[in-house]
Each structure stands twice: as structure tokens, then as C-alpha cells.
Design a protein around this ligand. Structure first.
Ligand SMILES: [Zn+2]
Length: 102
């Protein structure tokens, strides 16, 4: 029986090639590798872009608090480059804002 021989051959080919899942389109030819290659390239490009984004120089922000003049810790500047006050003054301003707004 020729069909049985082909099925057996396909099973053997799948087993030896390490492919465990059946082809995406049963009966038809397995999906072209082009799609896989394109998806891999797109994923790699996205990963590269993300790596570049994470490696970019970060803005350091203000070195000193605009209210009290104390140095703003590097960790705070790294986390909040737009911060213009130290943590204590930021908390005080936040408290004041809450009191004013009720
Ligand atoms: Zn301050």
C-alpha cells in the first residue's frame, strides 16, 4: 500500500527531525520555513531595539532640590529624572497639595 508507506515515511522523518507536533495544515504541505525565519528576524529586531532602548544614556535630572537645596540621591534621579525636589520636600509638597484640595 503506497499511502501506508508514505505515512510511515512522514512519521520517521518527523521523529528524526525532532518535530513532535503535526504540520499546521494536515494533508497539505508543512508551512514554509520562510514564515518562521521572518518571525525569528522580527523577534530578533524587536529584542535588539529593546536592548538599545535600555542601554541608552538616561537623563540624570537635577542634582539638588529646588526647595531645600539638598542633593537629590542618584537613585531618585535615576528613577525619576524629572524630579525637582528631594523626597522629603516632595512629600511635604504632596501633603500641602492634599490639604489645599481638601
Ligand atoms: Zn528638599
Amino acid at each position: 500500500m503506497p499511502s501506508r508507506g508514505l505515512t510511515s515515511l512522514a512519521r520517521t522523518a518527523r521523529r528524526t527531525s525532532g518535530i513532535t507536533s503535526p504540520p499546521a495544515s494536515p494533508g497539505g504541505p508543512p508551512m514554509a520555513d520562510d514564515a518562521d525565519i521572518a518571525a525569528d528576524r522580527a523577534a530578533q529586531a524587536a529584542a535588539d531595539a529593546l536592548a538599545r532602548h535600555l542601554r541608552r544614556p538616561r537623563p540624570v535630572g537635577r542634582p539638588t532640590c529646588r526647595v531645600c537645596g539638598d542633593a537629590i540621591p542618584a537613585e531618585r534621579r535615576a528613577a525619576l529624572p524629572w524630579a525637582r525636589t528631594c523626597i522629603d520636600c516632595a512629600k511635604a509638597e504632596e501633603r500641602e497639595r492634599r490639604c489645599r484640595s481638601g
